[in-house]
Design a protein around this ligand. Structure first.
Ligand code: ADP
Ligand code: MG
Length: 720
């Protein structure tokens, strides 16, 4: 029955009347938008203090801010004669004409914050200006003074107290009371401000507590500020970053900040972003940053980011959000792209130098390994190896469970002489990279090779690689990608070979290492390779052994060089112990290791530096490329190849409809499982490692446009 009376739109009846809302209701609704939660009130108050030039800002909070929020500063204060209109809507000292909005530098500008607070809470202001003998105190409700300002004793600056927030918004108050306390959010805001405004001393505490939860101190160093708020462990893993774009005529933007390196571990991203000194969110920039981290770093850690971006004020629209939380920027995509590139570059460099720290710590920590076991593992966790799924040959097995343990065994297994020597190489590299971090290990021939890559770049293919969507594997060699409206077949072997070659040159002298669990004797590897090499079929066993011996000697002679530049480590006994990580999260197919060693022994031009680097990088490229697995693909008709019965395997060629007769017992299940795993692993790697890495790193050469590496599918092929 009640329904009939109250129904706002009775079916078939007259439309409901439109009424004008009472002004107090309008104001309260508007206020509720500006002040959404206690933490948004704190943010506005702290921004006012900063706008007032404060060098100390203290925040006290009771009951998550619902009972009391108090913000005290030592800023310029408020004139007595301004107090009557202080809390009216749209009263501000910061903006007078609409045009000023374009160049506004202060954080507040709409004169809305204080007024809003008086509509949803009880506001009391105490303030004193420079040179006055006493201050004034006055309380506000619904935008107006409750009484004339009362003279009172006061210290420099302003104190704003907000009590009983949302007392007149029952639903909001209930929701806030039932949900988590806003205090952590408040602490989070203050921490962020403290990182940016390093010369302001912020503190934040719960009412009645004598310890502050944030106490930033004022400092002249950004890192000190971050240390004071987020702790020394965070600061240890930060790198400075700067980007600017001053050559473009229409755009001047500058970013500087600190970003976490590969050693930083956290479950959640911390992104402290200031644009023109305004604390804001920019979801797309955050996403882009997280993407770069997850693509480059092998651990699943989320980053810590502090960024301060400065743009001409007219390029930032600060007025799109009631709380000024999100901003929109002119040329947003371009700016994000630039920043993304800079982070990529930083991370690549830090990723590369990491292993040297690990090595140095390991070799020097040897003596302490027994006494400080846990500490030792902590510092020596090499990051490239943990998550690798490794198709291992029988001879060379790596242990993915305990990489740090393996490193220790490895170092302990060395003769003391070599141990010293390896230590020296590592130390030398560290010193060199410290002196000149950008040019670490940069020899002019390798520089020339890198320049050649840039020179040979095909811009069209580059664009395709950067912006394509992966569709799937097409067959054993080709994958299908989409770019704009077109489909392309991409030769996975060719592109991965080129990618690995380019990465080998980029990471030159700075590789992480894959440690073999057992040293692999070169002589055996080479003998195996020669046995498999069809071009050697007319050479007898004895001669093959001699060739293997000669190649072993050649590799041993050049061991120091290939270790230093390519992290291919051969010990004095002629065993291979270590391979480079060319792409994170990727280990080459160890079945191809013998062939790789033979190529190194046979094909490297050791005497000519540039050719030597080129051929070595090409050999690495070929070894690390994503070749089809040696076991044939068992899917579809390929299953016949896994029949135990030799006869039926030979007749398989003719009997095309033989498929139905392949019953379970006749199949070599173990081999089949191994083949299936290898092919599935390959498909996964193509999608999740190869293509994301190509997007980041590959510079496709011009030749790939014509040699069948990229094939554009015609409409005709498409419809087939
Ligand atoms: P806005 O910051 O957008 O101008 P507010 O409502 O936050 O609007 O503040 C209104 C005005 O009150 C400010 O323009 C400023 O002149 C004054 N004011 C507010 N807080 C302080 C403070 N802590 N110290 C000095 N002046 C203040
Ligand atoms: Mg303000």
């Amino acid at each position: 029955a009640a329904m009939e009376v109250d129904d706002p739109a009775p079916r078939g009846g007259a439309p409901p009347r439109i009424r004008r809302l009472e002004e107090s209701v309008v104001n309260r609704i508007a206020a509720g938008e500006v002040i959404q939660r206690p933490s948004s009130a704190v943010k506005e108050l702290v921004e006012n203090s900063i706008d007032a030039g404060a060098s100390t800002v203290s925040v006290t909070v009771k009951d998550g801010g619902l009972k009391l929020i108090q913000v005290s500063d030592d800023g310029h204060g408020i004139r007595c004669e301004d107090l009557p209109i202080l809390c009216e809507r749209h009263t501000t000292s910061k903006l007078s004409a609409y045009e000023d909005l374009q160049t506004i530098k202060s954080m507040g500008f709409r004169g809305e914050a204080l007024a809003s607070m008086t509509y949803v809470g009880h506001v009391t202001v105490t303030t004193i200006t420079e040179g006055q003998l006493h201050g004034y105190r006055v309380s506000y409700r619904d935008g107006v003074m409750e009484n004339d300002p009362k003279p009172c004793a006061a210290v420099k600056g302003t104190q704003v107290m907000v009590e009983n927030l949302f007392y007149n918004m029952v639903a909001r108050r209930k929701t806030l009371q039932n949900s988590n306390d806003d205090y952590p959010k408040i602490v989070d805001f203050i921490s962020r401000f403290a990182v940016h405004h390093i010369n302001v001393n912020f503190s934040c505490r719960k009412h009645g507590a004598n310890r502050a939860d944030v106490h930033s101190g004022s400092t002249s160093s950004r890192l000190d500020a971050i240390r004071n708020v987020y702790g020394a462990s965070v600061v240890r893993d930060l790198m400075e970053i700067q980007v600017s774009d001053e050559n473009a005529v229409d755009e001047i933007f500058k970013m500087d900040g600190f970003i976490s390196n590969a050693n930083y571990v956290a479950k959640k991203t911390t992104m402290i972003l200031f644009i023109n000194d305004r604390l804001v969110d920019c979801t797309s920039l955050k996403r882009a940053t997280e993407f770069v981290y997850s693509a480059i770093l092998p651990q699943a850690s989320k980053p810590f980011i502090y960024m301060s971006i400065n743009l001409p004020p007219e390029h930032v629209d600060v007025n799109i959000h009631p709380t000024k939380k999100e901003v929109s920027l002119l040329n947003q995509e371009r700016i994000i792209e630039k920043i993304k590139d800079a982070i990529e570059e930083k991370l690549m460099n830090c990723n590369n130098t990491r292993i040297f720290q690990t090595q140095a710590l390991n070799s020097s920590a040897l003596t302490q390994a027994n006494t400080r076991k846990d500490k030792g593992t902590e510092v020596s966790t090499p990051t490239g190896e943990k998550s690798q799924k490794i198709p291992v040959s029988q001879m060379v097995r790596t242990d993915p469970r305990d990489p740090s343990g393996r490193l220790h065994t490895y170092w302990q297994g060395q003769t003391s002489n070599l141990e010293k020597k390896s230590g020296l190489v590592a130390v030398r590299n560290i010193v060199r990279s410290r002196r000149n971090p950008k040019d670490a290990g940069d020899l002019s021939s390798r520089h020339e090779l890198v320049t050649e890559i840039d020179y040979n770049l095909h811009p069209g293919l580059f664009d395709i690689v950067k912006n394509c969507t992966y569709v799937g594997v097409a067959d054993e060699v080709f994958a299908l990608i989409q770019h704009n409206t077109l489909l392309y077949l991409v030769n996975v072997v060719n592109v991965s070979k080129e990618l690995m070659y380019q990465q080998a040159l980029c990471r030159f002298g700075n590789f992480n290492a894959i440690q073999l669990s057992e040293p692999a004797p070169l002589l055996e590897l080479l003998t195996m390779a020669l046995k498999d090499d069809e071009s050697m079929s007319d050479v007898n066993e004895k001669e093959k052994l001699e060739i293997a011996e000669v190649n072993t000697e050649i590799l041993k002679e050049n061991a120091e060089m290939i270790n230093e530049y390519f992290s291919i480590h051969i010990d004095q006994g002629g065993n291979l112990t270590r391979l480079p990580v060319v792409l994170d999260q990727y280990t080459p197919d160890m079945d191809r290791l013998p062939e790789f060693m033979l190529t190194l022994g046979n094909d490297i031009a050791w005497d000519v530096e540039k050719e030597c680097f080129r051929t070595a990088a090409a050999a690495i490229g070929n070894f690390y490329a994503l070749h089809p697995p040696i076991l044939p693909n068992p899917s579809g008709k390929g299953i016949r190849l896994y029949k135990k019965n030799k006869d039926s395997m030979e007749s398989a060629g003719q009997a095309d409809n033989d498929l139905t007769s392949t019953d379970e017992d006749d199949i070599d299940q173990e081999l089949l499982a191994e083949a299936e795993a290898a092919w599935a692993q390959r498909e996964w790697t193509i999608q999740h490692v190869l293509f994301p890495s190509m997007r980041l790193f590959l510079k496709p050469p011009k030749s790939m446009a014509t040699d069948g590496t990229f094939v554009q599918m015609t409409r005709h092929q498409h419809t087939l």
